[in-house]
Design a protein around this ligand. Structure first.
Ligand code: PMP
Length: 322
């Protein structure tokens, strides 16, 4: 679909998949005025196809767009685009294990001009791709690199928006993580370099020996993960005490060393819930174990059971597409 200030959203419809042809002076190529989402559609045993909380992704898409001076796409239009694309051929949604159809809605400045101002021509699109289980050989703890040189987001910046530029800025830190033998980068806050924020593409949770579960509080510099939000609710249902508050890197390191923190896991749409096995930084490391902890496993199973229709969807999180 296209947007202009005069016409609003128009030209919505299904198009054959293929290359976009862009003028070299298209604004997004120069100023990165672009936002996106990531969510999944799941096939249930009876053949029906469902998306997990698309309205929540639509709302975050609106917040991201507002921060990037892009127009608001109505929630219904966002959800309709998913129904239209996935409904066209539900065979695209794979069967088996933790397979799903990954959905990627995105919006960008498609006006042709050079100059720093919000575009007056914007394009919205949705593409999809089948995704297998994130871990081919079962869930395995990943290793994390604590970046001391780079931060992801600063107060007043774009950290809470799912905008293209955030990911461009974090590529070098992710590259550093890989170069140091780790799977993902972990970012601290930009001001004090003390507070744990999130991974390159996942939010974090800490499980304490007393049975409480803690996630770093949203400060405007952390992406408000839909999975993070779902876990706040599910962990409460499972009778864990759930806390959102600032977590310092010292609390993490000391807590694991003393046994007060028993499990650490990351969460996001792509990998659902992933245990952390090791945290490394320049000159040191903290080993958290090669096993997936029981709380991580329990919450992971509870979430997957809802997504794959094996457990009752008490909160209406699942949206039926077909
Ligand atoms: N943080 C970042 C930076 C991300 O890119 C993602 C993935 N969207 C997340 C957290 C997790 O968000 P969600 O649970 O909505 O996938």
């Amino acid at each position: 679909a296209a947007w202009t200030p005069e016409a609003g959203w128009h030209d919505a419809g299904l198009r054959p998949y293929g290359p976009l042809s862009l003028d070299p002076a298209t604004a997004v190529l120069h100023y990165a005025q672009s936002v996106f989402e990531g969510l999944k559609a799941y096939r249930h045993d009876d053949g029906s196809i469902w998306a997990f909380r698309p309205e929540a992704n639509a709302a975050r898409f609106q917040r991201s767009a507002a921060r990037m001076a892009l127009p608001e796409l109505p929630v219904e239009a966002f959800v309709d685009s998913i129904d239209l694309l996935v409904g066209t051929d539900s065979e695209w949604v794979p069967t088996g294990g933790e397979a799903s159809l990954y959905l990627r809605p995105f919006m960008f400045a498609s006006e042709v001009f050079l100059g720093v101002r919000p575009a007056k021509h914007v394009t919205y699109s949705l593409i999809a791709s089948p995704a297998g289980a994130y871990f081919a050989s079962g869930v395995k703890p990943i290793s994390i690199w604590l970046s001391s040189e780079y931060t992801r987001a600063a107060p007043g910046g774009t950290g809470a928006a799912k905008c293209a530029g955030n990911y461009a800025a974090s590529l070098i830190a992710q590259q550093e993580a890989i170069a140091n033998g780790c799977d993902q980068v972990c970012f601290l806050d930009a001001l004090e370099r003390k507070w744990v924020e999130e991974l390159g593409g996942m939010n974090l949770y800490f499980v304490s020996a007393d049975g409480s579960i803690t996630t770093p509080q949203l400060t405007g510099t952390i992406l408000e993960g839909i999975t993070r939000d779902a876990i706040l609710t599910l962990a409460g249902d499972l009778d864990y005490k759930v806390e959102e508050r600032p977590v310092s890197i010292d609390e993490w390191r000391d807590g694991v060393a003393s046994g007060e923190i028993t499990e650490v896991f990351a969460c996001g749409t792509a990998a659902v819930i992933t245990p952390l096995g090791r945290l490394a930084w320049t000159g040191g490391e903290l080993v958290m174990g090669e096993e997936t902890g029981p709380v991580t496993r329990e919450i992971r199973a509870a979430l997957l059971d809802i997504q794959y229709g094996r457990a009752q969807d008490r909160r209406g999180w699942m949206h039926r597409i077909v």
